[in-house]
Every structure is written in C-alpha cells, then in structure tokens.
Ligand binder design. Structure first.
Ligand SMILES: Cc1cc2nc3c(=O)[nH]c(=O)nc-3n(C[C@H](O)[C@H](O)[C@H](O)COP(=O)(O)OP(=O)(O)OC[C@H]3O[C@@H](n4cnc5c(N)ncnc54)[C@H](O)[C@@H]3O)c2cc1C
Length: 528
C-alpha cells in the first residue's frame, strides 16, 4: 500500500468499520488496526437493533415517525446533557444511515420495534440473529474482501494494540499511531480516526471507572475486555478533552446465569424483550415500573425497591415475536420455559392466585391501552396482551449491569477531537462509543449502533476532506522539517514552494554541498 492518502482507523467495531468504508468511498486508502484477533468489538453483541427515523422500512410499515420526533425523544432522555449540534446530526442522519446499511451492504432491517423512551417504533433489526452481529459482520466481511482483492486500498492489522498517537507538537497535527504487535512497536501514518469503544469494563490500575464512578465498580458488565478506554487515555495524553465521564449507563436487564450468579461479565437481555411486552416482576410477583421506561429510570426503580431477584416474563405471543433471541438465551441456560402461570408462581415462591392478580390488574390496564385504567407507573404502549395463567412463559432473572458510556472524548459535529482549550486537534477524529456527549445523561436503546454508523461516516468523510485539502501528514511534516533546516543552514537547506497557488500542491527542493539538489512534489498529500 502506498504510504500516502492513508487514513488510520483504530478499532474494528461498527464505528471503525463505517469510517473505513466511508474513507474508501471517498477515494482514499485505509489501514484499520485492532487489538483483538477478530474485529467486531461490542458491536457484534448488540441485540435490539439500530434506530432510524424516516427510513424506507418505516415508510413501508406506515410508521409516521419523523426526525423531529426522534430529536425530541433524544433530547428528553439526554436531559441536562443535551448537545444540540451532535443530536441534530445523530437524528437527522439516522434515516440515511439505516438506508446506507440496507442498500450498500444488502442488510435485512425489515423489523421495527419500539424501545423504552421512543415515541414511535424505530429500532430496526432483521429476522435472523442479533442485529449487531449481522450489521457488523456485513461491513467486516466487505472490508476483508476489499483488503484481499485490492491490498493497496485497504489493510487490516489484527492483534495490534495502539498505545500512542504520533503527535507533532510543533504543527499541532496528529500524524499517525504507534502499535504493538507480536512484541514489537510499529508505526502507521495518516489522519487518525479513534473508534476504540468505551470504558465500561475498565477495572484496570488506571481505571476510568474508578476515577469517575467508583460507586459502580462492584457491578457486573456486559462489555468485552477491550472496553478499557484506550482511545480516551491516548487522546488525553496529547491534550484531548474528556467530557461527561460520570455518565455511565447501567442497564436494568443483565441476565443472571443461575449456575454462575456472581459472574462479572454478563449477557444482556435485549431491550427488545420489553419491547415485545415483557413484564418485570419483583420477588413477590409484582410489577414495579413502566417496563418501557428509560434504562436509568427502570434501574433506579429496582434499586429503590430492593426486592430482587427480578424476573423478565414473556408470554407465548411475545416470545414468538422475538423467537430467535428466546432460543439463544434458553440455549445458554439464561432463560427458562414454564408451561403455565402456576409453574411460574411456584418458581417465584408465591401462590398462583397472587400471580393471577398481577396479570388481571395488568390486563385491565393494557387491554384498551390504558385508556380506561391508566397504568400507575405511566406505561402507555401495551402489546401481546393479555397475560393468561394458562399460557406458557419464557422467564429470565435480571439484574443491573454496567453497559454503556455516554462520557468519552469530546468531538464536534464533524467528529474532530477537541482539546482542553476548546479547539480541534488537527488530524484526529473520533466516532462510536469513545465519542462523549452524543447522548447526554442517558442513551436511548438503539442509538449507539446508530451513532457508530452516523459518526463513523462523518469521521470518515472529515478525514478524507483533510487529505483532499492537502493538510496531509507528509506534506506538513516535510514543510516543518524543511523550515527548520533552511533556518539553521542558510542557503544550504530546503525551499518549499506552492506550485499552483491552490494551496494543495507543493514542491520541496533540498540543496546541499556544492550545487547538489533534489526536488519532490506533493499534491493533495500524495508524492507525485
Ligand atoms: C450486550 C450489548 C448489547 C447492546 N445492544 C445494543 C443495541 O441493541 N443497540 C444499540 O444501539 N447499541 C447496543 N449496544 C451498544 C453498542 O453495541 C456499542 O456501544 C457499540 O457497538 C460500540 O461500537 P464501537 O465501534 O464504538 O466500539 P466496539 O464495537 O466496542 O469496537 C471497538 C474496537 O476497538 C478495538 N480497540 C480498543 N482499544 C484498542 C487499541 N488500543 N488498539 C487497537 N484496537 C483497539 C477493540 O478491540 C474493538 O474491536 C449494546 C452493547 C452491548 C455490550
């Protein structure tokens, strides 16, 4: 691969992959570096889906959603942490992002459900497998194919942990990264897009969790062990600003494995399980919240009530709608089938009459969508009604888990990383979970895969724009070094001339000895 016209992407989750494809679409080359032996990160674990307002799928299903409604829901959930420019990009680009996945990668995103905090069904998934897995694999496989067929366009470096950004303090430009592979340090140069994910599994010595949320260190996590905030720490080392770091999302429905109840890493019960009408019951078989409330609200209710173990209960028609998930959890022993309500009541340790009362009360509210009897917890959307003692059920024990970091490195709406003086750091971009501030105080379900794709595309386009504008690593590096030599050696040294007045083509001439000279030209950062 030519050393020029390269963008370096750190991290092969959905955000890094979206950025990499966008760089390629813009005609530049990409080197993607990942510390794991396999790309995908947390993105492959995502279970509920990806949000989009105004998508082709919604139009087909006659869902009258809009960007404004999505913006309003996001702003409400973000609370005091709302950053208007970021949320405008997130929601405004959501439809095109989902359509891009469907058309460019031929993905099935034909099912749409309504998750907590959303006023319309807008979380897209396909009929098979987990949506994070299908979406991320599609982008991954396509990048692998491009790297195989045109190795001068794309290169994937695995088992390579990036430890340092190559930052030129004189020019203020990030020129590449240094990574460790098989015990040796190597460098790759170009504008850098950080896509390393969050820090919700950072239990390390210099733990960001311990620093910002010591109160949450005891909780289990749904995150992979790469989620230790590497990108945030590297950016901070060169002046990057971290924001909202206290905003760590605890998800109410981590799945408790009865054989390993204290395991630190837990599977997640997809939010879509509550989307298909799943009930949350306490240890007395009572409801205690609006199951479709936001994650921070539901978790707060569980903590207030102190009445675990809590159970997530799906009836047979809800189970049918989310069949693939149910089969997956049951296969891992995380969900248990019950032939009828009496069996379930016995498992909870209450009488069948007590569970019958919970169901009856719920049916009274939900059978006409709460119009006659409003839900005491404020639930407004009821699906897969009624709950009947004669029905069969699929049930999981759930507990709050560390899940997502709303905090991260500050970046603007162009994905440019911002320093502690409020200025962009040239040559450095961020996308995905590493990017702080997109979701404010609380992220809505389905909006992280979305922010990976939206800001991955933004970051890829911004890095490509940097290369187009000629502010490339090599151009600037040559210029800096040239100026230094010219200053120190008078006539013998380096002359830099703009070749065509456009600012994107330069000629560098080096003079030494007795009339020796070499000349090189660069255009748009590439050596001619
Ligand atoms: C169980 C689970 C379910 C979820 N469900 C949903 C959902 O349904 N909808 C939704 O919107 N969101 C969901 N999320 C959140 C969402 O999946 C993640 O926030 C998102 O995928 C993060 O993507 P990313 O590209 O930023 O990071 P990741 O996908 O985590 O990828 C980061 C990559 O960076 C690499 N990396 C890290 N450090 C380095 C380094 N120093 N050098 C080189 N490489 C490095 C890692 O190896 C990894 O491959 C879920 C999360 C989990 C854990």
């Amino acid at each position: 691969m030519s050393q020029n016209n390269v963008v370096v992407v750190v991290g092969g989750g959905l955000s890094g992959l979206s950025a990499a494809h966008t760089v390629l679409e813009n005609g530049f080359n990409v080197v993607l570096v990942d510390r794991n032996s396999f790309m995908g990160g947390n993105s492959t674990k995502a279970t509920s889906g990806i949000n989009g307002a105004g998508t082709q799928t919604q139009a087909g299903l006659q869902i009258k959603d809009s960007v404004q409604a999505f913006y309003d829901d996001t702003a409400k959930s973000a609370k005091t942490g709302l950053r208007v420019p970021l949320v405008k990009v997130l929601t405004g680009e959501s439809g095109p992002a989902v359509d891009w996945l469907q058309t460019k990668f031929n993905l099935d995103l034909s099912l749409v459900s309504r998750l907590g905090g959303h006023s319309f069904p807008r979380t897209h998934r396909g009929k098979e497998r987990f949506p994070g897995m299908t979406i991320t694999y599609a982008l991954m496989e396509k990048l692998e194919e491009i790297a195989k067929q045109t190795p001068d366009r794309a290169k994937i470096v695995l088992k390579a942990k990036v430890n340092r950004l190559l930052y030129n303090a004189q020019t203020g430009l990030v020129e590449g990264v240094e990574y460790e592979k098989a015990g040796a340090n190597q460098q790759v140069r170009g504008p850098v897009i950080l896509a390393t994910g969050g820090y919700a599994a950072d239990f390390s010595e210099d733990s960001l969790l311990r620093k910002y949320r010591p109160d949450l260190m005891h909780l289990p996590t749904t995150n992979g062990d790469h989620c230790v905030g590497d990108g945030i720490k590297m950016s901070q080392a060169i002046g990057g600003n971290a924001i909202d770091m206290k905003n760590v999302q605890v998800h109410p429905t981590g799945l408790v494995d009865p054989n390993e109840p204290d395991a630190k890493i837990k599977f997640l019960a997809a939010e879509a399980l509550r989307g298909v009408g799943g009930l949350l019951l306490d240890n007395k078989g009572l409801r205690f919240c609006d199951e479709l409330g936001t994650r921070d609200y539901v978790t707060g209710e569980m903590w207030k009530r102190k009445a675990g173990p809590y159970r997530l209960v799906l009836n047979s028609s809800g189970s049918k709608e989310i069949e693939w998930h149910v089969r997956h959890y049951s296969g891992r022993g995380l969900m248990k089938p019950f032939k009828n309500g009496a069996e379930l009541a016995a498992e909870i340790g209450i009488s069948a009459a007590e569970l019958q009362k919970t169901f009856d009360d719920y049916n009274k509210i939900g059978n006409d969508q709460g119009k006659t009897n409003p839900d005491p917890y404020g639930k407004k959307y009821f699906t897969h009604m009624p709950f009947d003692m004669k029905d069969s059920f699929n049930v999981a024990i759930v507990t709050p888990v560390l899940h997502y970091c709303m905090g991260g490195i500050e970046a603007d709406e162009h994905s440019r990383v911002i320093n502690t003086d409020g200025k962009p750091i040239e040559g450095l971009y961020a996308c995905g979970e590493i990017m702080g501030g997109v979701h404010g105080v609380n992220r809505l379900g389905g909006s992280s895969l979305l922010d990976c794709v939206v800001f991955g595309r933004v970051a890829g386009a911004s890095a490509a724009k940097q290369l187009k504008s000629g502010a490339s690593t090599q151009g600037q590096q040559a210029q800096t070094q040239g100026q230094q030599v010219a200053q120190t050696q008078g006539d013998q040294g380096v002359r830099i001339q703009e070749a065509n007045g456009s600012g994107n083509r330069i000629v560098i001439t080096i003079h030494w000895g007795n009339n020796n000279q070499v000349t090189s030209s660069y255009s748009n950062g590439a050596r001619l």
